[in-house]
Design a protein. Structure first.
Length: 180
C-alpha cells in the first residue's frame, strides 16, 4: 500500500510503509492512502505503528493542515496492474526418471555414461514440477538413452575383459606346458 505524507504543508509521496521510516514519520504526521476519505495523523493507523519514530530532541510541531483540509493527492494513485502468469499444468503423469538405473550404470558399468544419465535423470522431476512437461519428457528420454549406452559399453567392456583373461589363461597354460 502506498502512503502520502504532509511535510511542512507539502504533500510528499507515494511511499511504501517501510520507506516512511526514512521520512521521519511521527505520530502527528498527516498521512493519506488510497481509499481514505481524508488525511489523518499517522498514530491513528495501526499498520504504521512500527514505523513511527519519536520526535527529535527539542521537538517540533506537526505542520498545520491548510484551511479547507487536504485533497486527495494530485493525479491520484493507482496500484500497478499485476497479472499472475498462468501455470502450465502437466499433461500427464511424471515421466520415468531413470535415476536408479543411471546410478547403477555409474557404479557397475561405465562411469561417464552413468554420470551423463544421472544429470538428465535429475532434471526430470524439477522440469515436471515446474510445469514444463515436454522438457521433462525429453530429459527422461535422454536419461534412458544414456543408460542404454552405458549398458552396452559395460557389456562390451566385460566381454573384452573376458577375452583378455581367456587368452592370458591359455598363454599361461602354454608357457607352463613348454617349461617356461
Amino acid at each position: 500500500m502506498k502512503y502520502f505524507i504532509s511535510v511542512n504543508g507539502q504533500q510528499q509521496g507515494p511511499f511504501e510503509e517501510y520507506e516512511l521510516m526514512s521520512q521521519g514519520l511521527t505520530p502527528s504526521t498527516l498521512v493519506w492512502k488510497e481509499g481514505m476519505a481524508s488525511w489523518v495523523p499517522a498514530s491513528t493507523l495501526p499498520e504504521l505503528a512500527a514505523y513511527i519514530t519519536s520526535a527529535p530532541v527539542g521537538g517540533y510541531a506537526a505542520p498545520a493542515a491548510p484551511a479547507g483540509g487536504y485533497a486527495a493527492p494530485v493525479g491520484g494513485y493507482a496500484a500497478p496492474a499485476y497479472v499472475q502468469p498462468p501455470v502450465q499444468q502437466p499433461t500427464g503423469p511424471m515421466p520415468k526418471t531413470y535415476l536408479a538405473e543411471s546410478i547403477g550404470i555409474m557404479l557397475c558399468c561405465c562411469q561417464i555414461f552413468g554420470i551423463i544419465g544421472l544429470v538428465h535423470a535429475s532434471g526430470v522431476s524439477s522440469a515436471y514440477n515446474a510445469g514444463r512437461y515436454a522438457e521433462a519428457e525429453q530429459k527422461s528420454q535422454d536419461a534412458k538413452k544414456w543408460v542404454k549406452y552405458g549398458l552396452i559399453a559395460g557389456v562390451v567392456q566385460y566381454l573384452l575383459l573376458g577375452i583378455f583373461y581367456f587368452v592370458y589363461f591359455f598363454i599361461l597354460i602354454g608357457a607352463a606346458a613348454s617349461g617356461y
